[in-house]
Design a protein around this ligand. Structure first.
Ligand code: FAD
Length: 343
């Protein structure tokens, strides 16, 4: 991504000791494990959806946001505000903005959708087709939050406060907000589909099969992407299947690699379209070696050009992340390790 390619520039200044603000951003970026350029009186962060510069200008701090469009610039602004909130309440309210930031009534990442169809094309999942103005969910990330209102109440959707923070409904109006993968999306963005794994215990598992006609909120997209590599090593459980299936479908035909999918029962196997050179193995939880063990064993064979992908339960993901860091074979932009659910 190149800085010059991003026209949506917004600038804010803050009358606050620059050294304190720079130190604070430095510490937060390190804690979040982000890569950034530290030029002493200026920090430069490539966030993946745009750029944030934090710069000392005399007694002031200047914050510059550059993104491809107003929506993304708005998301960057929210990130800046939340970072400042960590330092001192009220600080973000003192930012003086100057630049083409659009005004929104709702978070620009929010979309209202209606469940237009529920089907079961793959075993163990309910596929929901959601209709709405959803083109934004196909760009810049693979996952999104599905906002489900409490039973029997009129939905209250997230709003915004004056500083640009998302304000979530609380108490009786609190939304259930699990993360799902965009499995398929129409080229005109008029619908998208998610595959909900019916694991039996969760609120979404009960909601999804009977959701025909229901209104839901979507918030996103965010996270994930299509690994650009010649050799891919990918490990996941049922919750990661929609993401793995989409990645494999879109992979170049010459891709090589190995995919291991851990499932609870043999009948959860589904047909996957994948490049011929990618070997797909299905393993059974509780019978075969645990997924994290298989992933760790595969690390021994990783080459510097490979991509490593792991998504499953939180404890397993934590273990795999630690081992991957200890081995330090791959740069961070060639690894994806994520907790998709918590036991
Ligand atoms: C980036 C990302 C992408 C994801 N994509 C998908 C997707 O496309 N499809 C999909 O089905 N899931 C996906 N998930 C996982 C999904 O968000 C979680 O499983 C979530 O907990 C489901 O919400 P729920 O309402 O069913 O359960 P919750 O209300 O969150 O939890 C209720 C109970 O169910 C348990 N539980 C949650 N998930 C599981 C599980 N898989 N197996 C057994 N018990 C479980 C919890 O431990 C808890 O006790 C994704 C998660 C992430 C972070």
């Amino acid at each position: 991504m190149s800085f010059a390619a991003f026209p949506a520039l917004a600038r804010a200044t803050l009358a606050q000791d620059p050294a304190t603000i720079l130190d604070h951003f430095r510490a937060r970026l390190r804690a979040e494990d982000r890569t950034f350029e530290d030029r002493e009186t200026e920090l430069f962060v490539d966030t993946g959806i745009g750029f944030i510069t934090v710069r000392a200008e005399g007694d002031l701090v200047a914050l510059l946001l550059a993104a491809a469009d107003g929506n993304k610039a708005f998301i960057l602004r929210q990130a800046v505000v939340l970072h400042l909130d960590q330092l001192a309440p009220g600080l973000a309210e003192r930012l003086v903005w100057d630049g083409p930031l659009p005004e929104f009534n709702r978070p620009p990442t929010f979309r209202l959708a209606r469940v237009a169809a529920v089907s079961h094309p793959v075993p163990g999942f309910a596929r929901l087709r959601l209709v709405g103005d959803l083109a934004c969910m196909g760009v810049g990330g693979m996952h999104m939050r599905v906002l489900i209102p409490p039973d029997g109440r009129l939905p209250v959707w997230p709003g915004l406060d004056a500083a640009g923070r998302t304000v979530w409904p609380l108490g009786e109006d609190k939304l259930h907000d699990p993360v799902y993968t965009v499995r398929n999306i129409a080229s005109d963005g008029s619908w998208l589909e998610i595959d909900v794994f019916l694991h039996g215990q969760g609120r979404t598992c009960h909601w999804a099969p009977a959701a025909l006609g229901a209104e839901g909120g979507l918030m996103g997209p965010g996270g994930g992407g299509f690994p650009e590599t010649e050799r891919l090593f990918m490990f996941g459980d049922e919750t990661a299947l929609p993401a793995m299936a989409r990645i494999l479908e879109q992979a170049p035909a010459q891709m090589q690699g190995r995919v291991v999918i851990e499932i609870a029962r043999p009948d959860l196997r589904q047909a996957l379209h994948h490049p011929q050179g990618v070997v797909v193995d299905w393993v059974l939880r509780g019978e075969d070696a645990p997924l994290a063990d298989l992933a760790e064993a595969a690390m021994a064979g990783l080459g510097v050009e490979d991509y490593f992908w792991f998504a499953a339960e939180k404890a397993a993901a934590g273990r795999v992340r630690q081992e991957l860091r200890r081995r330090a074979v791959l740069p961070r932009n060639q690894c994806y390790v994520a907790a998709y659910w918590e036991a």
